[in-house]
Design a protein around this ligand. Structure first.
Ligand code: HEM
Ligand SMILES: *[C@@H]1O[C@H](CO)[C@@H](O)[C@H](O)[C@H]1NC(C)=O
Ligand SMILES: *[C@@H]1O[C@H](CO)[C@@H](O)[C@H](O)[C@H]1NC(C)=O
Ligand SMILES: *[C@@H]1O[C@H](CO)[C@@H](O)[C@H](O)[C@H]1NC(C)=O
Length: 326
C-alpha cells in the first residue's frame, strides 16, 4: 500500500517536472549563448552585406517575417521551396514576396551553418534578420527572443484567409490579428512597417478608378496623392509596376507613415482606415506626433509577433537548408 502511494507520488513528480520543462521551453534572447554565441553578429553581417547590394532586402525581409508568422506560426514554413509549387510561398495570395527576402535568410543561414552547424533554426534567423533590417533603415533596435524550431508543414492551400488584404476594414484587420494573439494596438503599430517598401498597382487601383458608383476615387484619399498614384499607375498598367508605400521617405523606417495617414496619404484602404476609423485614429495621431513612442511600441509588437505559433523544445526540427525539410 505504502509502495503504491509512493509510486503514484513519483508519477506526479515526473508530471510536474514535464510541465516545468514545458515552461522552460519559452523563447529567450540568450537561447544560443552556449551553442552559437555569435549568431546575431553572423546574421547581422550577412544582412548588412545583402542590404548593401540591394535596398529591397529591407522591406522584403520584414514582410517575409510577418507572412511567415501568420501562416503556421513563426517557423520558417514560408521558406520551403516545393518542386510541385504547392508550398506556402506558392499560394495565390503569395503576396508577391520579393526574392531578396528569401535570399537574405538563405545567405545568413549559410554563414551561421559554417560556424555552428545544425544548431540555429531558420525561423530564428528570419526573426533576427527582420529586426536587423528595421535597424538598418533607421528604426528601433530591440532584443529578439530565440529558441524557435522550424516547422514541418508548408502548404499553399493553408494560406487563404490567414493573411490580411489591402481592402480590409478595421474589424477584419483586428480579428485577424486577434487570432494571432495580437491586439488592435499591435496591428496599428505593426502597420508602420509600411514606412518602407513597395506595392504593385493592382493592390490599390480600385481606390483610383472604380471606388464606388458615386465616386471614382476613394474620398478618403488626398487628391494630390491620388493624382500622383494615377500617374504612376495608369489604368491597365503593367502588372510588374510598383510604387513606394511611403511617398516621402520610402527608404527610411520612421513615423512618416502615420503622418501620411493623417493627411489622407495612406496607400491601401487597410492603411487609411486606421485614421478614418475613430477608434484607431487617436493612436495614429499619437504615433504621427512622436516617433519615440512609435518606435517603442513597434519594438514591443515585433517581439509579440515573433511569439505567434512558435514551436519549441522537441517540436519541429532545425533545418539544415532553410528551403527544404531535413
Ligand atoms: C495590417 C495588415 C496588412 C496588410 C493588409 C498588408 C498588405 C500589404 C500589401 C498589399 C503589400 C504590397 C505587396 C505588393 O504589391 O508587392 C504590402 C507590402 C508590405 N508589407 Fe504589408 N500588410 C499588412 C501588415 C504588414 C505588417 C504587420 C508588416 C510587417 C511587420 C508588413 C510589411 C510589409 C512590407 C515591408 C511591405 C513591402 C514589401 C516589399 O517592398 O517587398 N505589412 N503589405
Ligand atoms: C504567385 O503564385 C502563383 C501561383 O499560385 C504564380 O503564378 C505567381 O507567379 C506567383 N507570384 C509571385 C510574384 O511569386
Ligand atoms: C515623445 O515621447 C517621449 C516618451 O513619452 C517623451 O519623452 C518626449 O518628450 C516626446 N517628444 C515630443 C517631441 O513630444
Ligand atoms: C495565443 O496564446 C495562447 C495562450 O498563451 C496560446 O495557447 C496560443 O497558442 C497562442 N496562439 C498563437 C497563434 O500563438
Amino acid at each position: 500500500m505504502a509502495m503504491q502511494v509512493g509510486r503514484r507520488f513519483a508519477l506526479v513528480v515526473v508530471f510536474l517536472m514535464a510541465v516545468r520543462f514545458g515552461e522552460a521551453a519559452q523563447l529567450r534572447p540568450n537561447f544560443y549563448q552556449s551553442s552559437c554565441a555569435n549568431v546575431e553578429t553572423i546574421v547581422r553581417q550577412a544582412v548588412a552585406k545583402k542590404v548593401s547590394q540591394t535596398f529591397v532586402t529591407i522591406p522584403a525581409t520584414l514582410r517575409l517575417f510577418f507572412h511567415d508568422c501568420f501562416v503556421e506560426g513563426c517557423d520558417a514554413s514560408v521558406m520551403i521551396f516545393s518542386r510541385k509549387a504547392d508550398a506556402e510561398k506558392d499560394a495565390p495570395d503569395n503576396m508577391s514576396l520579393a526574392g531578396d527576402g528569401f535570399d537574405t535568410v538563405i545567405k545568413a543561414k549559410q554563414a551561421v551553418e559554417a560556424q555552428c552547424p545544425g544548431v540555429v533554426s531558420c525561423a530564428d534567423i528570419l526573426a533576427i534578420a527582420a529586426r536587423d533590417v528595421v535597424v538598418l533603415s533607421g528604426g528601433p533596435n530591440f532584443a529578439v527572443e530565440l529558441g524557435r524550431r522550424d516547422g514541418l508543414i508548408s502548404k499553399a492551400s493553408r494560406v487563404a484567409g490567414r493573411l490580411p488584404g489591402p481592402e480590409f476594414n478595421l474589424n477584419l484587420l483586428s480579428s485577424l490579428f486577434r487570432i494571432n494573439n495580437l491586439t488592435t494596438y499591435d496591428m496599428i503599430t505593426l502597420s508602420g512597417a509600411h514606412s518602407v517598401g513597395f506595392s504593385h498597382c493592382s493592390r490599390f487601383a480600385k481606390r483610383l478608378y472604380s471606388f464606388s458608383s458615386s465616386s471614382q476615387v476613394d474620398p478618403s484619399l488626398n487628391l494630390a496623392y491620388a493624382r500622383l498614384l494615377m500617374r504612376a499607375c495608369p489604368r491597365n498598367v503593367d502588372a510588374t509596376i510598383a510604387v513606394n508605400m511611403d511617398p516621402f521617405t520610402p527608404t527610411i523606417f520612421d513615423n512618416v507613415y502615420y503622418r501620411n495617414l493623417v493627411n489622407g496619404e495612406g496607400l491601401f484602404t487597410s492603411d487609411q482606415v486606421l485614421h478614418t476609423n475613430l477608434l484607431s485614429r487617436p493612436i495614429v495621431r499619437k504615433f504621427a506626433a512622436n516617433q519615440t513612442i512609435f518606435f517603442k511600441a513597434f519594438a514591443e509588437s515585433m517581439v509579440k509577433l515573433g511569439r505567434v505559433g512558435v514551436k519549441t523544445g522537441k517540436q519541429g526540427e532545425i533545418r539544415r537548408d532553410c528551403t527544404a525539410f531535413n
